[in-house]
Design a protein around this ligand. Structure first.
Ligand code: ZN
Length: 408
């Protein structure tokens, strides 16, 4: 819950994960520096914008050990602030925003919203900023929209523009962000809107977890928590937290970008290995791609294949799709299920209905880029891509334990 609350943007998620890794004994390497065998040894991490890679080096001196990789993503669907954000309409000050990823429009109505992310000064310096609750997308009253309960239609350009002040505004939103940044001026930004309500536990036994960005910060949390407690083994234990999954992963810091492959190449090279050694290692390696799954929704049972519909708090779901929207194969599924069974951890299976195509995730992209055996799994949740999602409190812990078992 503290990680969720500390991570209103991918940049904040990377800062928070870096702090946790550092507290667990990891040290940061710069992507711009030269690496030798001692610099890639031990417990290390690198970061770039909204992405992070961390690893525990193997105890063996072999230049290209087997790689046991866990992947997740730092981004979530939201609104982002446009370059000219100040809009004045009918006595209101509003924010010009752009939709990022596949949001559930209605879930953003009537929430107390904040702004968070990275700002860039005129001199090119960057820093993170975060406001309190300052904005809101107010829903139209039912008296002015009598048919609303027969179907709510929201135009993302006109109906989802947040208000943040009435006409006696003191400072513009840019001035506000600048004051928080401590910079003399700010030139550009990557700013997300977020629901300021903190994560909370619900349910008669407090068995449910409600928060924004559960997809996919619960997997980021599990990956960071797990690699922080594992012992070094003969394998290279590695986590990759990518940005831009929600918009297709094709970016420098997305799973479709080159960063992971470059880091693996450089780690192997620093240990005295060649690109052929890395290719041989990848053929023996495995990737667990962790991204949340759809739990069975009791109000919409017709949307699920009941033989393959995971339930909350019954373990991570192994996600299968023969059309390769998920990268799981029979062999990777067997391997992960056996690891969990040996560790006494439950697993479930997810497969979508044939008439409701499933989403995709970073697993198939990583498998395609690296040629690494991959399994797609994830914590079952409801309200995926809502501003406030819902999962169980046990499943993220089981997920983390399964990573520890994978690396052990
Ligand atoms: Zn996701």
């Amino acid at each position: 819950m503290s990680l969720l609350d500390a991570s209103p943007s991918p940049f904040h998620a990377v800062a928070e994960c870096s702090a946790r890794l550092t507290a667990a004994g990891a040290s940061e390497l710069s992507l711009a520096d030269e690496w030798d065998s001692s610099s890639v040894d031990g417990f290390r991490f690198v970061r770039r914008d909204g992405a992070l890679i961390a690893w525990k080096a193997p105890t063996t001196p072999a230049p290209a050990p087997d790689i046991l990789l866990v992947g997740a993503h730092t981004d979530s669907p939201c609104f982002k602030l446009k370059p000219n954000p100040n809009v004045q309409h009918y006595g209101w000050h509003q924010l010009a925003v752009e939709v990022y990823g596949g949001i559930l429009n209605n879930s953003w109505l009537d929430r107390d919203l904040g702004l968070a992310g990275r700002v860039v000064s005129n001199a090119g310096k960057t820093t993170l900023v975060r406001t309190g609750a300052i904005a809101r997308i107010p829903q139209l009253a039912i008296h002015l929209d009598r048919g609303v309960n027969d179907g709510l239609r929201l135009d993302p350009q006109t109906h989802l523009m947040p208000i943040w002040s009435v006409d006696q505004v003191g400072e513009s939103v840019v001035e506000h962000l600048q004051r928080l940044s401590g910079f003399d001026s700010i030139a550009w930004w990557d700013i997300s809107l977020f629901d300021t309500q903190p994560a909370a536990r619900l349910g008669s036994a407090r068995e449910l977890l409600a928060s924004g960005r559960l997809d996919n910060l619960v997997s980021c949390w599990a990956a960071v928590a797990a690699i922080s407690v594992t012992s070094h083994t003969d394998q290279l234990q590695l986590i990759v937290l990518n940005d831009h999954e929600e918009v297709g992963s094709a970016s420098t810091t997305g799973a479709g970008g080159p960063t992971l492959e470059q880091v693996l190449t450089r780690v192997v090279a620093a240990r005295g290995g060649s690109s052929a050694d890395l290719a041989r290692a990848l053929s023996r390696s495995m990737c667990i791609s962790a991204d949340n799954a759809h739990a069975l929704h009791p109000n919409y049972p017709d949307r699920h294949d009941h033989g393959h519909a995971p339930q909350i708090n019954k373990g991570p779901a192994i996600k299968l799709n023969v059309n390769q929207r998920y990268a799981t194969s029979s062999t990777t599924a067997q391997r992960y299920a056996a690891i969990c069974e040996r560790a006494g951890l439950p697993t479930q299976v997810f497969s979508s209905k044939n008439n409701i195509p499933c989403g995709s995730t970073i697993g198939p992209i990583t498998a395609t880029r690296l040629g690494i055996d991959t399994i797609d799994i994830g914590v079952p949740q409801l309200s995926m891509h809502s501003a406030r999602e819902l999962c169980g409190v046990d499943d993220p812990v089981t997920l983390a334990q399964s990573f520890v078992a994978f690396w052990s």
